[in-house]
Write a protein that binds this ligand. Sequence first.
Ligand code: GLU
Length: 421
Amino acid sequence: MSEKTLNPFEICQSQIKDAVEALGLEPAVYEILKQPLRFFQVSIPVVMDDGSVRVFTGFRSQHNDAIGPTKGGLRFHPDVYPDEVRALSMWMTFKCAVLGLPFGGAKGAVICNPKELSERELERLSRGYIQEISQIVGPEKDIPAPDVYTNPQIMAWMVDEFSKYRDYNAFGLITGKPIILGGSAGRNEATGRGCVVVVAEAARRLGMDIKGARVVVQGFGNAGSVAGKLIHDLGAKVIAVNDSRGAAYSPQGLDPVAVLEHKQKTGSVKGFPGSEDISNEDLLQLDCEILIPAALENQLTAAIAPGVKAKIIGEAANGPTTPEADQILFEKGCVVIPDILASAGGVTVSYFEWVQNLMNYYWTEEEVNVKLEQMMKRSFNNIFDMHQAKKVPLRKAAYMVAVQRVAEAMKVRGWLNGCRQ
Ligand code: GLU
């Protein structure tokens, strides 16, 4: 590992410190923001199908609620660890602030491999987790949502379980639910859609034609597959995609819908007819105009960045670029649309879902998509103007806008004078 640290928590702290210093804010802002306000760890006993009991470890990190109830997804992953959850919750605070959503940031996780659990085991684990954290979440407190390897079905089990404790249908507890349980039209596609909106907007501002532009998508899960499809619909050429098992590369271009069907059938994009399997490193360094990292953290490192050819990077994943790689990419003139902006489509439509739940009045998919597009474009152009005016990377501009908003809320609430309790 050539880089000093790849700990996402430390990376996030340095991003906050940079913004606080650039804005000339009082040190108390950094002192409060450099860690979550609350971090919970829970043990979840689950009866497995063979009758044995296995105890899983789960977390919920609530970073900051100065602007509103905390909000953020829930990840099921075998390698997830506390500092990662802390960082993910911090990024949620700034993601919500960049978009101007009335939320703070949170994130949850359970250490598990959902691919190795049966449907019933997954259900018992999901119900067990929400039971353990039921006191600290709620529609006006902390609102979970899907993230890596969680989905609307898992949200449905959780909202059902939580509703039992509250004795009413508390649909506002969680977002990313199935439509029949108060889910929002357009929520499933929102992260990928939001990413494509800002990438297309970046191309427009840079004078690049999106038609015919070559696109590489790293990670073909919920966000990546939708981003691939929508950018293909805009006339771009998706030349390579991958997942944890392999890649599909074709310089002539792939049909993202057919690739997704192949993945649904075989479990991977690898082996898609007419495509070539290449390594993750080679995929990130392919000759292309647009790169969409849509997998996990720390993918674009100092070792990879010098070989990256893309002109625009739209971070659909959380934390895919390390600080050293960021600097290298900035010096190469590559425009990196940071995660706290490019991946904010999901939480933006989560906000719409929560509003619809509180009103009990539901919008059409078209209404949702129009509102999402407006909010993403407005936030992108605000950040892009600042990036050009102040000659700072987009990430720094985004952090400056976000940290400024959170600091302002903390200031008027009196938190900077020690009055948080
Ligand atoms: N997990 C998504 C994210 O990282 C969505 C969070 C939400 O909708 O609350 O942005």
